[in-house]
Design a protein around this ligand. Structure first.
Ligand code: ZN
Ligand code: ZN
Length: 287
């Protein structure tokens, strides 16, 4: 066992917060998007992504990122220097939606300057989609004019646990809308599930003993179909009762301070520790 650090590189839904249309409206009236422009605001949310800093093979410290979406570059600029990330060792994908993969092109920075290629862990069922959206990265025989591209070492993953440079990832398959699945991952006793509409019982079994649950909570009230609402996420925590739950993948319908204050009341009333994550939040756990 060793101590790993987990850093939220992003906690926002695909559109991110702020939304352009909220700020371009005259006059703008979305309090959350307006507040997100304030330096240090916890309402500014980039695409969901998690940095795992853990002990890998031979006692080395490795930096692994889960998902590289549309705001990957900006998130790295903000948080990599802050958390001492001088090298990136691998990227693991949950699924192939744009808010999880659109930043893969920017891996070229690392494969041109710090390493010859980047290991990329991808579910087998996501490869056909990725081969269309990122054909020039997945097929190095395709010659593009212009500069170089990121050099990826694609590793296909199935439902079985796999090892990323000495760090064990346990896939947590979940529903992400009707007829579509995505992976969450368990690393040590941390269960990270950023895109989910329903958790099958077989996956709940894999989450036994979870210490920190990170869970999708898109917005309050209106059901979405592909994501849990805030209320549904709280119900999952009620059901599984992990010692700590952090919510992510949030839209601009959720204001950090007031919603967190409401969630904090659940500690006294039901013994539930549920809080909203925010970009740059970090925590440690044994893995
Ligand atoms: Zn807004
Ligand atoms: Zn998605």
């Amino acid at each position: 066992m060793s101590t790993a650090r987990f850093v939220f590189l992003g906690t926002g839904t695909s559109e991110r917060v702020p939304r352009v249309t909220c700020l371009s409206k005259q006059p703008p009236d979305c309090a959350v998007c307006l507040d997100s422009r304030r330096p240090g605001s916890k309402n500014r949310r980039r695409n969901t992504s998690l940095l795992v800093q853990a002990e890998g093979h031979y006692g080395s410290r490795v930096n692994i990122v889960i998902d590289a979406g549309k705001s990957f570059y900006e998130a790295c600029l903000d948080w990599f220097p802050e958390f001492g990330v001088t090298k990136l060792d691998a990227v693991v994908l949950t699924h192939a939606h744009a808010d999880a993969v659109a930043g893969l092109d920017d891996l070229r920075d690392w494969t041109m300057s710090t390493r010859s290629s980047m290991p990329l862990y991808v579910r087998s069922e996501d490869l056909p989609m990725l081969s269309k959206t990122h054909f020039y990265l997945l097929d190095p025989s395709i010659k593009m004019s212009g500069g170089g591209v990121a050099r990826l070492d694609v590793v296909e993953v199935g439902d079985e646990p796999f090892d990323v440079l000495g760090v064990r990832f346990v896939p947590l398959p979940v529903e992400h809308g009707h007829g579509f699945s995505t992976n969450g991952y368990r690393i040590g006793d941390v269960c990270y599930i950023p895109d989910v509409s329903a958790i099958p019982e077989s996956t709940e079994t894999l989450m036994d003993g979870c210490e920190v649950l990170v869970l999708d909570a898109l917005r309050p009230g209106r059901t979405h179909g592909s994501h849990l609402t805030l209320e549904e996420a709280v119900d999952v925590a009620r059901h599984l009762r992990p010692p700590r739950t952090l919510l992510t993948d949030m839209a601009h319908d959720i204001g950090h301070e007031p919603v967190n204050a409401e969630l904090a009341k659940l500690k006294d009333s039901e013994g539930l520790d549920i809080q909203l994550a925010y970009d740059g939040l970090s925590f440690e756990s044994e893995v």
